[in-house]
Design a protein around this ligand. Structure first.
Ligand SMILES: NC(=O)c1ccc[n+]([C@@H]2O[C@H](COP(=O)([O-])OP(=O)(O)OC[C@H]3O[C@@H](n4cnc5c(N)ncnc54)[C@H](OP(=O)(O)O)[C@@H]3O)[C@@H](O)[C@H]2O)c1
Length: 325
């Protein structure tokens, strides 16, 4: 089978499409014929081995230990391990795995769910990492409630486009922060208010929010804190290196002063949340926003584009198979 492989850290040029052995599922795994995958900032961070934290996380200090990129996946079940009970060959599924930029991959049963019936493979592959991050940030870390004033900073990327829609599905009043070219999209996915960050700095406006989810944080932690209501919660998913350090180091200390909370988190991917999202997707409350599609042969181009930091929604990899008509 064809798979994307890299053996040294570096820019997208380190990626190669190679012929490799088709994997065999372990007892708790499902072998998937991949129809689509999607790219996440995690993919280019692991490929570059930057920041150093990305190397420490995977244990590959000098050379990458993870050599097959790609996490988000959607496709058909081709075979199942002997302990797998919830899937059978032919099922359409989506979830997270290692080595999704390939024709086949083995996926742990608990990281998969049935594909939403109303979604294409491409749309389904856009969902897992970005939408679960948005969901966990809003619901678990941010304690979102109906009627809350929620602001999503970085509302136009993968995490942000899901966050706006998921926050609306919880009954929040949502403000999306994005640049001028994304204002219409933010409105079209349900934002009640849109702030163009090239024209207005929401942290200086005097407006206060019950929950701020920074999909991409580019303000200081003190600015975010100022924009919170009395008992407000700030949750950071991603953004600049300085902002991540600030939130990891200062967040717990600032949370001890007064009643505002400042949190950074790493989302854990699981079947329960995939199924929660499947229901939202099938109800039409959340619709993936796809920016671009690339064939498997152009994974390097897809990562190059995502790394520029201005994707409008998700970037998807489509995988053709010899038996496709
Ligand atoms: N903590 C976790 O578990 C977790 C999980 C997944 C992702 N993440 C992190 O979350 C972050 C977002 O992920 P993603 O998939 O959404 O990335 P992405 O799709 O690459 O984000 C791109 C978007 O960011 C926006 N953006 C760039 N600069 C901005 C600014 N100054 N203010 C507001 N928006 C800005 C861009 O909009 P414009 O073009 O309009 O600027 C673009 O739409 C990444 O850092 C990622 O590593 C964390």
């Amino acid at each position: 089978m064809k798979a994307t492989v890299y053996n040294r850290y570096g820019p997208p040029d380190v990626l190669q499409i190679r012929d490799v052995e088709k994997p065999v599922p372990k007892d708790n795994e499902v072998l998937i014929e991949i129809r689509a995958a999607s790219v996440n900032p995690l993919d280019w961070r692991l490929m570059r081995g930057k920041p150093l934290f990305a190397r420490l996380m995977t244990g590959g200090l000098r050379k990458p230990k993870i050599t097959r990129p790609g996490v988000d996946v959607a496709g058909h079940v081709e075979a199942v391990g002997r302990n797998v009970t919830q899937f059978k060959p032919g099922d359409e599924v989506f979830g997270v795995c290692r080595g999704a930029f390939a024709e086949y991959a083995c996926v742990i049963e608990d990281k998969l769910a049935p594909k939403p019936t109303n979604l294409s493979f491409e749309d389904a592959a856009a969902v897992p990492v970005a939408a679960i991050t948005a969901l966990r940030g809003l619901r678990d870390k941010g304690r979102i409630q109906r009627g809350h004033k929620v602001l999503v900073d970085g509302a136009s990327g993968g995490v942000g486009t899901f966050a706006v829609q998921i926050a609306k599905s919880f009954g929040a009043e949502v403000t999306a922060v994005c640049s001028t070219r994304n204002v219409d999209t933010a409105r079209s996915i349900g934002a009640d208010h849109v702030i163009d960050y090239t024209r207005e700095d929401f942290t200086q406006s005097g407006q206060r929010y019950d929950l701020i989810l920074a999909a991409n944080a580019y303000h200081s932690i003190f600015d975010y804190r100022r924009a919170l209501s009395q008992d407000g919660i700030y949750v950071m998913a991603g953004g600049g290196g300085v902002q991540i350090l600030q939130t990891m180091l200062l967040g717990p200390l600032l949370s001890l002063i007064g009643s505002k909370k400042m949190r950074f988190f790493i989302a854990n991917m699981n079947k329960k949340d995939l199924i929660f999202l499947k229901d939202l997707l099938e109800a039409g409350k959340v619709v993936p926003v796809i920016d671009r599609r690339y064939p498997l042969s152009d994974v390097a181009e897809a990562l190059r584009y995502l790394e520029e930091g201005h994707a409008q929604g998700k970037v998807v990899i489509t995988v053709e198979h010899g038996n496709d008509t």
